[in-house]
Ligand binder design. Sequence first.
Ligand code: GLY
Length: 313
Amino acid sequence: MKPIVIVHGGAGDIPDSRVKGKLDGMKVAVRAGYECLMNGGSALDAVEAAVVPMEKDENFNAGYGSVLNLRGEVEMEASIMRGSDLNVGAVTLVKEFLHPISIAHKVLIKSPHSLLGGEGAKLFALKEGFPPVPPESLISEHAKQALKNFLEHGDFGRTEIGSSDEGGVGTVGAVAVDANGHVAVATSTGGMSGKAVGRIGDTPQIGSGTYADDNIGGVSTTGHGESILKYCLAHSIIKLMEGGLDANTATTKAVNGMTARLNNTAGAITLSKDGEVGVHFSSKRMSWAYVKDNKIFYGIEQGETLEEDYNKN
Ligand code: GLY
């Protein structure tokens, strides 16, 4: 099996001012995941490796740069799934750590539980040696502005979806198939701007934000969390593939089906177990990238596929 990794940097009404930062960040993320696979890393390690740089990059709504709740705080969520045994790890309501995806990975490996939240997630992370950071250090100027815009205009949900100049940021995710044919998926988010304190979205919920099965493939989703979780979007795509649809047709059908039924937008990236790619979004934009045949394929606009040599630079 030729290893492959695909990443997304969030679906939404991303403003022009955020396009370049998103595309640059996509290339950094997909390279990190691909290098891991090329060095013999597992799909599980590769999806974490791809998500970590996006959690550090304020162009994305995850880790540093996460959007803020109504109290002006960051509350992050992440999940990771291994397709060989359907094992999962997820965290929610995380406030004091830069890399929720790494904590989720540790939950998968070390905890008897699948999803830890709030104080419990913090205690687990501290016990596992993750360094806490001051919660204020995760807050970017963009996130502050996005909350201000939300409070002024009251257009709920738009700042993850992002129609303002400052709000165009989104959830991040990665899907990989490694040389042994194992599938893994990781998704990480700050949620939506102006969310209630304690609101939990789709990202940490397995079957909504994330799903991986070595017998079928893997999916990471982004977009309007309440709609994604009602539709179990990631698992809907997996079931369509199990029924015989190819990765791209399944992704398109489920994302459009969710939007038709619930009148909100989303996007998803998908790999079949054979490394076939699916990318679709019903929002205006979604940044994505994958590596194949020594080329990076990437895009952000509807219908756009750009490419560059992997060895450029
Ligand atoms: N899809 C991210 C969220 O709504 O929380």
